[in-house]
Design a protein around this ligand. Structure first.
Ligand SMILES: C[S@@+](CC[C@H](N)C(=O)[O-])C[C@H]1O[C@@H](n2cnc3c(N)ncnc32)[C@H](O)[C@@H]1O
Length: 317
């Protein structure tokens, strides 16, 4: 089990993969080999004054942006040539940070995470902000991206509307559609079953989508600001490795607990398949079954027509 705990772990001594190191990311990143990471998921303090049991979210604008540039320059060399980055931000600093990143990488998307905040109260002198801004960047043109792993199945109504024989077994209909750049996923409110004791915990659904699309099976995901360990948990659930850092020792213990709880559930590698593999196999099975059904139906229709024709011949004969 990964060594996430109150005592800092020295990566140089015991290897750096599948561990959350309880230390400052700037310090720890120096020990990760350059060019070893498939995917970087960063959910840094947003510069909004949140209490993470430390002062990390209480810097003034200038210091915050200086610190951001520092960790970006420490983290990016760790990516493989075909690696990519997702960064969670809000509208407050995304303009400045996107400009910083665009000088170093290619921007692929600005994803809007609609947190599905219910309509109650909110600000009165401007519009209530209910989304996070996620930047998606790649190092090079041939970045890894597995669209089929994250397709969204069409609902029953859409499929029914496309039930004419020309659509039967159509790949696009069976495989589902590609996610758009607005992701509507409920935030983890206090009663949510996924919720751990962290003020800005992200939903697994979001982080797992990033991992399935942008990290190959067996690859490694780096998260410099682990918080409650969502990236580590998501990576394990998707059959990928992880590495990360977290300053707050209480959160490091929380991460260890979340990973321990996962150990009780069979992991994809235990059964020899990742969830993406299972999903892909299911889609293929479904396409085959639908085609076989269509073939059987066509055969029945043909037989019926032949029988009718024979009967007619007999009648007319
Ligand atoms: C926005 S939260 C991450 C939440 C996480 N994505 C989750 O789902 O739980 C940012 C975290 O970064 C940690 N942090 C802040 N500065 C850090 C640093 N220099 N090194 C490592 N961790 C840091 C904070 O303690 C906080 O838990």
């Amino acid at each position: 089990m990964p060594a996430a705990g109150s005592a800092p772990v020295c990566a140089a001594d015991i290897g750096w993969r599948n561990r959350v190191h309880c230390e400052d990311a700037l310090q720890g990143l120096a020990r990760i080999p350059d060019g070893s990471i498939d995917l970087l998921i960063a959910d840094p303090p947003y510069g909004l004054g949140k209490d993470y049991g430390n002062d990390s979210d209480k810097l003034d604008t200038e210091a915050y942006l200086r610190w951001t540039e520092q960790w970006i320059d420490a983290a990016l060399p760790k990516l493989k040539a075909n690696g990519s980055l997702y960064i969670f931000l809000t509208w407050r600093y995304s303009p400045e940070i996107f400009v910083m990143l665009k000088q170093r990488m290619t921007m692929l998307n600005e994803i809007v995470w609609d947190r599905r905040v219910p309509s109650m109260g909110g600000t009165t002198r401007r519009y209530s902000s209910v989304h996070d801004t996620i930047g998606f960047f790649a190092r090079a043109k041939d970045y890894y991206f597995d669209l089929d792993a994250i397709r969204i199945p069409y609902d029953a109504e859409t499929k029914k509307a496309r039930s004419r024989s020309i659509f039967v077994g159509a790949k696009w209909l069976e495989m589902g559609y590609n996610p758009k750049d607005v992701w509507s996923v409920s935030r983890l409110h206090r009663e949510h079953k996924e919720r751990a004791d962290h003020p800005t915990q992200k939903p697994l659904e979001i982080v797992e989508r990033m991992i399935k699309a942008s990290c190959p099976p067996g690859g490694v995901v780096l998260d410099p600001f682990m918080g409650s360990g969502t990236t580590a948990v998501a990576a394990r659930r998707c059959g990928r490795d992880f590495v990360g850092f977290e300053l707050n020792a209480d959160y490091c213990r929380l991460i260890a607990q979340r990973l321990d709880a996962l150990a009780l559930v069979p992991m994809p590698e235990d059964v020899g398949e990742t969830p993406a593999d299972v999903a892909a196999t299911n889609v293929v099975k479904k396409v085959k079954a639908t085609r076989a059904k269509a073939k059987r139906k066509a055969k029945v229709v043909k037989n019926t027509e032949e029988t009718k024709a024979e009967a007619n011949e007999q009648v007319s004969g």
